[in-house]
Design a protein around this ligand. Structure first.
Ligand SMILES: [Zn+2]
Length: 301
């Protein structure tokens, strides 16, 4: 709690260096809050065993369907205001993030729109280490589980007794491409909280991508040198602040590594939506990554 309180004080511009930046960021956040992202009021998932962490209250997610009717802001950036404060030390995550409107070649768009048969053929062609889960998984087009490293990365998901470890074939392809990015950051393992949450909803009418096995909540990354980057312990940021771009702010070695990773994933347009602890209090301990059929934009918050 104290962390968020300190965030509030920072947003109130207690840090003089970022005085302009934080005022601009907080106002622009309110102005351009994405219509695709809602605070849900739907039922929360039940807890399960294995590596699954306790789900925070009010898991946020992403609308399906009508949200795409919202006008696209071509070439917009998540970096916030046009006159940012300049951080003293530059990191890769400070590079501007553009191209929120995805081209047809963007991985998120290409993979999310695959038919089940085309996806299975592609997974087979790539020889992905996945196994088919034939148990009932309503809402999931083709239910897979991890059966070995994907894209050179070990994805630690909930065990076979838990449905939280099930994911759709399309997310398997996404993991494969995610692995190529993560290797650049010396990541060897992704510690995943929940993926499939049957019937998970954002509100009374709209399902979360978790309901389709197309969203993954990631709690930590393990690095080749043995270090672990925990979202809960190592993230440095405050609700409402931009994640990537010139206005992004993170201090501490692990916090900077985490920030560089998620911003690289955003630039690669592998996911439609990436939600971090900067998004809301419900995401204090995990990143939410998802793809969505017919999704047209890539967003990080
Ligand atoms: Zn999630």
């Amino acid at each position: 709690m104290s962390r968020w309180m300190s965030g509030i004080s920072k947003l109130a511009c207690g840090v003089t260096l970022f005085a302009v930046g934080c005022a601009a960021a907080s106002s622009s956040k309110l102005a351009d809050r994405d219509p695709e992202v809602l605070r849900p009021d739907g039922p929360q998932p039940t807890r399960d065993s294995g590596v699954v962490q306790a789900e925070p209250p009010g898991e946020a997610g992403v609308l399906v369907g009508e949200s795409d009717a919202a006008p696209d802001l071509a070439g917009d950036s998540e970096s916030g205001d046009a006159s940012p404060a300049v951080p003293a030390t530059r990191h890769p995550f400070h590079e501007p993030v553009t191209g929120a409107t995805l081209s047809s070649r963007a991985p998120a768009k290409r993979l999310a729109n695959l038919s089940p048969a085309a996806c299975r053929a592609e997974a087979k062609r790539r020889k992905l280490a996945v196994s088919r889960d034939r148990r009932p998984t309503p809402g999931v087009a083709t239910a897979f589980r991890v059966a070995g490293p994907i894209g050179g990365i070990k994805f630690r998901t909930a065990g076979r007794s838990s449905r939280f470890g099930v994911f759709d074939c399309r997310l398997a392809l996404v993991f494969d491409e995610m692995g190529q990015i993560l290797k650049r950051h010396e990541v060897t393992e992704v510690i995943v909280g929940t993926i499939y949450r049957p019937g998970s909803k954002l509100n009374k009418r709209v399902k979360s991508q978790h309901a389709h096995g197309l969203a993954a909540d990631v709690v930590a990354f393990a690095l080749a040198d043995g270090r672990r980057l925990s979202v809960q312990k190592d993230w440095d940021g405050d609700i409402g602040e931009p994640v990537c771009g010139p206005d992004g702010h993170a201090e501490g070695e692990k916090a900077i590594l985490l920030r560089n990773i998620v911003c690289d994933l955003r630039r690669a347009a592998i996911f439609h939506h990436i939600l971090t602890p900067n998004y809301d209090a419900a995401h204090y301990d995990h990143f939410h990554f998802d793809i969505k059929r017919n999704g047209r934009r890539a967003i990080i918050r």
